[in-house]
Each structure stands twice: as C-alpha cells, then as structure tokens.
Design a protein around this ligand. Structure first.
Ligand SMILES: [Zn+2]
Length: 67
C-alpha cells in the first residue's frame, strides 16, 4: 500500500478522511488515525487490530461500561 501523505486513512479499514471522520491518535511514539466506526474496536477489541497498529496485541481491552 502506497503511503499517501496528503490524505489520512483509517489504520483498520483504510477509509480516507474524505469519506469518514478520522480520529488522530499516538501509540508507541507513532501517529495513526482511526475512523469513528473502528474506534470502538480499538477500545474494546484492540487485539483485532494486531498487525494493523504496531503493538496492538499488547493492549488490554477496556472493561465494559456499567449502567
Ligand atoms: Zn476504520
């Protein structure tokens, strides 16, 4: 996949900022972007991002919200 400096893409689904809101994040000293639809996966199922976000397999999922 070619690196495109002009348009940021979701690290999970690769959708560009031109069609979906992207949230900027930093992890392990590296910047990354994730879209609003993939953000819950980063929070609750970060292991599913292994191979897409470096070190994601080390992240512990957030506990479910109590209501
Ligand atoms: Zn996404």
């Amino acid at each position: 996949m070619a690196e495109n400096q002009a348009v940021c893409q979701c690290l999970n689904c690769n959708r560009p900022e031109t069609i979906i809101p992207l949230v900027s994040l930093r992890y392990a000293g590296r910047p990354a972007w994730i879209c609003s639809q993939c953000l819950p996966m980063l929070i609750h199922q970060p292991d599913r991002l292994a191979g897409k976000l470096a070190g994601a397999e080390e992240l512990a999922p957030a506990p479910p919200l109590s209501s």
